[in-house]
Write a protein that binds this ligand. Sequence first.
Ligand SMILES: *[C@@H]1O[C@H](CO)[C@@H](O)[C@H](O)[C@H]1NC(C)=O
Ligand SMILES: *[C@@H]1O[C@H](CO)[C@@H](O)[C@H](O)[C@H]1NC(C)=O
Ligand SMILES: *[C@@H]1O[C@H](CO)[C@@H](O)[C@H](O)[C@H]1NC(C)=O
Ligand SMILES: [Cu+2]
Length: 356
Amino acid sequence: MLFSNIAITLLAALSVTAYPRCRNPKVRKEWRDLTRWEKKEFIRAVKCLSKVPASPNFVATGWTGGIVGVKPVNERTIMDDFTYAHMDTNEKTHFTGLFLPWHRWFLKAFEDRLIQHCNFKGVYPYWDWSLDVADISKSPLFDPDPVYGLGTWGTAANNWTVTDGAFKDEVRAYPWPHVIQRTYSPQPFLEQVHFPLDFADPNKYANVTATPEQIEYILSSFVGDFAAFQGYMEGQRFQGIHNAMHLQFGPKSGDMGHPSHTPNDPIFYIHHNTFDRLWYLWQARNPANAQAMGGGTIKNLTLFDQYPVGLPPITTKEMMIPANGLTPEVPISATMSTTGGYHCYIYQEPRRRNNN
Ligand SMILES: *[C@@H]1O[C@H](CO)[C@@H](O)[C@H](O)[C@H]1NC(C)=O
Ligand SMILES: *[C@@H]1O[C@H](CO)[C@@H](O)[C@H](O)[C@H]1NC(C)=O
Ligand SMILES: *[C@@H]1O[C@H](CO)[C@@H](O)[C@H](O)[C@H]1NC(C)=O
Ligand SMILES: [Cu+2]
């Protein structure tokens, strides 16, 4: 009896940590450090996933009101299921402590699907905005090449539809069927459409949040204080690096600038790897950061000034990450390390500067 209790306790302990050892972490690289083949391979795999039929196992949590319902399975793809998971869990996975763990899980789930369905053999890219702050519009990310490029921007005349680059004909199902839309707004806070409080500094340029000095400040501050770290990235009145880097792609008419269906634009994945990398670098900067978790669990943007990372109850590592049936559910603890076994990757520092 005693023995079996011990065995059960041991098994329970094992089940929390029973991920394969991470022996050969994959390496995520800055977009401009990818070879031409690697750029092409990433684009190929994403375009392939955009044609893979949706999964009948997809389930909505219903956590976020006011969004369209799940479309019939023959009207959506796996790519759309990822977008819908972001729309559907939005109320609990943004402006709360779940934000960084959920996105770390989401980015891996997406990469796993690229591998599973599309035999992806390339490199998962991130985009270091700080290399491009002098003029984001000239970033090598926005390349019109039909095979190697992620494309540029639409125009008012075509309702901001992306008409160049490899993704120019990509249709997404949510919230209505449309080709990817993207604009460039260096002062995105002049257009207020998504937030319940006035911005503190409507004229603010997005790029000032992502300078090398700002990144270094973020990484070297808030020792051991996860909520303060994330809170700073949300910024005063939502004007920190997180929103700034999203909204600069069109607060009104861009997929990337929309807080709900932003993953429609493949740039979302490249760009969110960058937030994940900031967390990874911050975790590595000080032993007190590595296992730090915190923030609240209830998003309330009208109380943003007091609770930029959500109201209590507090976020703990035992909490489960909602998975929408895209993967089995794991606790936040599984996502605390990128080499803990559930995850197995590292980020390579950028090797090239802007003008390559
Ligand atoms: C931010 O962008 C503006 C407009 O493109 C530019 O004038 C400014 O120099 C940039 N700021 C930095 C810090 O590079
Ligand atoms: C243009 O795009 C917006 C959203 O970005 C959408 O609400 C609107 O219906 C579109 N208009 C047309 C004419 O397609
Ligand atoms: C946010 O908090 C305010 C003030 O307590 C409350 O009136 C409102 O209903 C809350 N909103 C949400 C979405 O919980
Ligand atoms: Cu998000």
